[in-house]
Design a protein around this ligand. Structure first.
Ligand code: NAD
Length: 240
């Protein structure tokens, strides 16, 4: 495609939905997760805030232990594979920024990838900031190998915390020729504002989602449908 060198792709929970990873569900304006572990739905504010971790570490750790374990039962889908193909073949600059904490992009083979909201397969020491790869359960009070503090927590950016690599993301957005958003509701900031930044700096903007996102008006083009169909078709056109 002429004139396009720098591409930024933002992905959200919707790209992993067809792999069987649950997106948010909303009841009466309240966001929930049903992760299929037999527990009643988990309210976002009960498991995804610093306050929740302080108030009920057992619940928060159990929730992320279950989500981490569930990764073994899911596989990348055609949309993850298409982005990995783009990553391997695109001669220009590319950055895939994912809000997802699953590992489906990397398992599909993508490497120009940044997890802005953290990763299930990583642990963060709340005392010294060390980040280490993690597999299996993480009981509350697990000690950090680096500092010895009993402060290991899931390496997840909770609501109210600063996402990772915002400086790099902002710089990359300001250089983008094309910004593409896939499977995100456009409700969670700062990611929801990336389209405006990219467009302000002159990028063409495209979204692919099941339904128009909250920021749909900021996109030059919206394609509606499942990511497993839309993303491979878009990548095919881009690379041909
Ligand atoms: P969201 O759940 O708010 O929105 C998901 C969006 O994807 C919706 O607009 C929905 O219409 C769309 N969608 C659903 N199925 C789709 C499909 N098959 N193809 C295309 N689009 C589809 O998710 P969000 O915008 O990413 O924001 C929620 C927050 O929760 C983020 O921080 C996100 O990372 C996190 N989260 C992550 C995961 C994960 O790691 N897989 C899962 C749930 C939520």
């Amino acid at each position: 495609m002429s004139g396009i060198h720098n591409i930024v792709v933002l992905t959200g929970a919707g790209i992993s939905a067809e792999s069987g990873v649950p997106t948010f569900r909303t009841k009466n304006g309240v966001n929930y997760w049903d992760i299929g572990d037999g527990h009643d739905d988990y309210r976002v504010e009960d498991v995804c805030t610093p306050e929740a971790l302080a108030a009920d570490p057992d619940l928060v750790h159990r929730f992320y232990d279950a989500r981490r374990a569930a990764l073994a039962t899911v596989e990348p889908n055609a949309a993850h594979r298409a982005l990995a193909r783009l990553d391997a073949a695109w001669p220009g600059a590319l950055l895939i920024v994912t809000q997802n904490v699953d590992d489906l992009h990397e398992r599909a083979g993508a490497s120009r990838l940044l997890h802005m909201h953290g990763e299930l397969n990583s642990a963060l020491c709340a005392a010294c900031g060390a980040r280490v790869p993690w597999a299996g359960d993480m009981p509350p009070g697990t000690r950090c190998d680096a500092c010895g503090g009993a402060a290991m927590r899931p390496d997840i950016v909770f609501f109210g915390e600063m996402p990772y690599a915002m400086d790099r993301i902002e710089r990359t957005l300001s250089d983008a020729d094309l910004f593409v958003s896939i499977g995100t509701s456009g409700a969670v900031y700062p990611a929801a504002g990336f389209v405006q930044t990219a467009r302000y700096h002159g990028a063409t903007t495209l979204e692919m989602n099941l339904e128009p996102s909250a920021g749909s008006a900021y996109f030059h083009e919206t394609r509606l449908g499942p990511a497993s169909g839309l993303v491979p078709a878009w990548v095919e056109t881009l690379l041909s």
